[in-house]
Design a protein around this ligand. Structure first.
Ligand code: HEC
Ligand code: HEC
Length: 467
């Protein structure tokens, strides 16, 4: 039996309302001052952990304790995946890197997707952990697959069924909410909202009827690279994930968790996972760089871009700024939609995430964080919704394609324009075509590169390759 079960899943966040205070710092030379209207994010101390243990837990750990019974799982996911197993042994030998076989609490072995389902991507023959997966496909409705899974559940022996129930229930419940207009964009924010609606905030016990109103829209996002987090004082595109990061890091557990006792046990591993994420370095640009041109790009970057994105190299700094929508002017749907609902914020504030000594916090903001640009050469497509195919068009807004198609079967990278090779179309011709006229998919805003001339732009791009 073939199970196209890969789709939904878990995770985290990016919500919004707005922030009342725009703290402005005076007495700073204009050259260094944050651009007017931007809001610096204060630091919050995170706890140390063991990166090596974090990696093992990430790739072998049971942060999901329910999944597909292993025999069925191996038939469905193993044959011909061709994906590396990350050298894992035992039950995970030969298992694609984005899935883990774990032993459920009742002793049954099950396979389930792991964080690398969204936070790793194949690149040629290798896999880059921490690179947001921009090759995923959530464009096909999953209801039929989940109905099949539910039927299969009935045929399982009792032990397997018990170990699969939470997973299949969550998959079936969330599937109708998670279809995107094109391939390559992610649904994690929406998934988190749907899971929250189906969980009691205090106990995490599943409720069949959603306790929160759920919007009809799936607002797409790209997946941010993990190696950027070590510089950031806040998580997520809107920078609204504050306080204790491990609580957000483990939010994928909401997919299958039984109760908060289980969540508390899973949380004990996440200082280590955070230490691992902090240890990841961005991959280096693999082709020759014109150092002369790049050195001309640096002062242009420092003048036009560094106030928001920070400096790199010997004079490294990162200002951790939130940039309001009025300035950044990129698609506003993400901050207006998914988590802007007062109901959702209310759910969060009452929830287990806010209990104990080390709390997570949500501080909504109507705008986006200016991300660090380390390893930016490999993180196309660009902007929070992945609406811009390469750096060249990101830095020259008039040339951004309205409908652009890239290959998902044989992804091809353009190392000069820096991003995906694409074809431009007059309309959306298939699910591999990104349609920037849809709500949430717009490619406007961030016009800071427009004032550069072509030679300057080339120099800045050459410089960006060095980060
Ligand atoms: C279904 C896809 C998916 C899965 C699975 C997933 N994530 Fe994410 N993750 C995302 C997306 C999308 C975002 C960005 C959301 C946003 O900012 O709006 C994100 C954001 C993050 C961030 C914040 C990065 C930043 O710089 O702001 C971290 C850290 C993270 N995830 C860790 C994890 C860990 C650890 C796991 C596994 C326990 C996991 N994620 C599982 C999709 C996923
Ligand atoms: C006023 C602040 C500001 C300035 C100035 C600015 N940026 Fe940005 N930049 C942002 C914000 C905010 C985002 C995220 C916007 C979004 O995702 O919607 C961003 C996104 C980006 C991204 C996309 C990152 C990704 O992985 O998707 C790149 C690349 C980038 N900027 C480069 C530059 C360059 C080069 C310059 C100078 C020519 C520049 N920026 C000037 C605020 C700024």
């Amino acid at each position: 039996m073939n199970f196209p079960l890969k789709k939904w899943l878990f995770i985290i966040s990016a919500f919004s309302l707005f922030i009342a205070c725009a703290s402005r710092i005076s007495n700073i030379p204009a050259e260094y001052a944050s651009p007017a209207g931007t809001v610096p994010i204060p630091a919050h101390k995170q706890f140390p952990g063991n990166a090596e243990k974090g990696f093992t837990y990430l790739t072998e750990g049971d942060y999901l304790k329910s999944g597909i019974p292993v025999n069925l799982f191996k038939q469905a996911f193993l044959a011909g995946s061709g994906k590396p197993d990350l050298g894992r042994q035992g039950d995970n030998k030969g298992v694609p890197y984005d899935f883990t076989v774990i032993t459920a609490p009742n002793g049954a072995k099950v396979g389930a997707p792991n964080c690398m389902f969204c936070h790793a991507q194949t690149w040629g023959d290798s896999v880059i952990i921490g690179l947001g997966n921009s090759l995923s496909d959530y464009s096909l409705p999953q209801q039929a697959a989940m109905a099949m899974a539910e039927t299969a559940l009935k045929l399982m022996n009792e032990k397997d069924r018990a170990a699969a129930t939470n997973f299949i229930r969550a998959g079936k419940t969330t599937a109708p909410y998670l279809t995107t207009a094109s391939k390559g964009v992610n649904i994690a924010d929406r998934l988190t909202a749907v899971l929250a609606a189906h969980r009691d905030p205090k106990s995490f016990v599943w409720r069949n009827e959603p306790g929160l109103a759920l919007s009809k829209e799936v607002i797409p996002t790209d997946v941010p690279a993990w190696w950027l987090l070590k510089k950031k004082n806040a998580m997520f595109y809107s920078g609204f994930g504050r306080g204790d990061f491990p609580r957000f890091l483990m939010a994928a557990n909401l997919l299958t968790v039984t109760d908060t006792a289980e969540a508390a046990e899973v949380l004990t591993h996440f200082d280590d996972v955070l230490a691992y994420i902090y240890s990841i370095k961005p991959p280096k640009y693999p082709k020759p760089i014109d150092q002369d041109l790049a050195s001309k790009g640096k002062p242009l970057f420092d003048k036009n871009c560094a106030k928001c994105h920070g400096k790199y190299g010997a004079d490294e700094n990162y200002p951790n700024l939130l940039v309001p929508l009025e300035i950044i002017k990129t698609d506003s749907a993400l901050v207006e939609s998914n988590f802007s609902s007062p109901q959702f914020l209310d759910w969060f504030r009452q929830s287990w995430f806010r209990t104990g000594e080390r709390k997570a916090d949500l501080v909504p903001f109507k705008g986006y964080i200016a991300p660090p640009l380390d390893g930016v050469w490999i993180t196309a497509p660009y902007l929070h919704n992945g609406s811009v195919p390469n750096l060249e068009t990101l830095l020259n807004s008039k040339t951004r394609p309205v409908y652009w198609e890239r290959s998902f079967d044989k992804p091809e990278y353009d190392y000069e324009k820096v991003g995906w090779i694409y074809k431009e179309h007059e309309k959306q011709i298939n699910k591999s075509t990104y349609n920037t006229t849809l709500r949430g998919y717009n490619n406007h805003g961030h016009t800071f590169g427009d004032k550069l001339n072509d030679i300057e732009r080339k120099a800045v791009i050459e410089y960006l390759k060095t980060l």
